[in-house]
Design a protein around this ligand. Structure first.
Ligand SMILES: [Zn+2]
Length: 214
């Protein structure tokens, strides 16, 4: 059997088991989704959102990319965020990074000429590094520096979310979503909270959207 055939087989077994335990499961799943959470995580195969928080299908709306970035010109993540906030009206957005992140590690080194597209994506993390270079370079080892950049990257992505008009409008109108920055440790499987921005949190005036009363 080829590796991909195992996936199809596992799927059949999973669907069969679900139906056996709960005959109406898929009918209910098919009708609607009302997730409370938007998850923005890394594409890394070791950090599967639903599994590490033991969530069921329907609970988490997800977007994953290399090094869990929120980039203002990325229509893919922006579309996900707009739909999650304005249509699904999620109550929480979680940006989740993880230690030993290949994208963050790569951003600490020179560009690899054979990965010209990926280099561009990683430039944003290099910018985060440059903004916090004094703090990061003061750390003793490369591992510690990578560790800290993973955390700062998450915090910066959460701050970026707070700068989007989509989020600011929802804060004003719906008093949600709460923005969270978490980090996942591969060596013990535990999540840690790094930052929480509730609706109405301070946003630097240069990033504020003009409101009705502006
Ligand atoms: Zn990663």
């Amino acid at each position: 059997m080829q590796s991909f055939e195992k996936l199809l087989l596992e799927n059949k077994a999973w669907a069969g088991e679900k139906k056996l335990h709960d005959p109406g499961y898929f009918e209910r799943l098919a009708t609607n989704q009302k997730p409370e959470f938007l998850w923005i995580g890394c594409s890394d195969s070791r950090v599967p959102a639903d599994i590490i928080v033991n969530a069921a299908p329907g609970e988490i709306f997800a977007h994953r990319n290399i090094a869990n970035q929120v980039i203002a010109t990325d229509f893919n993540s922006l579309s996900v965020i707009q739909y999650a906030v304005q249509v699904l009206k999620v109550q929480h957005i979680i940006v989740c990074g993880h230690y030993n992140c290949g994208g963050v590690n790569a951003a600490l080194g020179p560009q690899r000429p054979e990965l010209e597209l990926l280099n561009k994506w990683l430039l944003h993390i290099k910018d985060v590094y440059r903004m916090h270079r004094d703090e990061i370079d003061a750390l003793n080892s490369q591992a510690e520096r990578a560790h800290r950049l993973v955390e700062i990257n998450v915090i910066e992505q959460v701050r970026r979310l707070s700068q989007f008009s989509i989020v600011q409008s929802a804060w004003k109108k719906d008093r949600q979503p709460v923005l969270h920055g978490w980090v996942f440790a591969l060596d013990d499987g535990v999540l840690q909270q790094l930052i929480t921005l509730p609706p109405g949190s301070d946003v630097d005036s240069i990033y504020q959207e003009f409101g009705d009363d502006a």
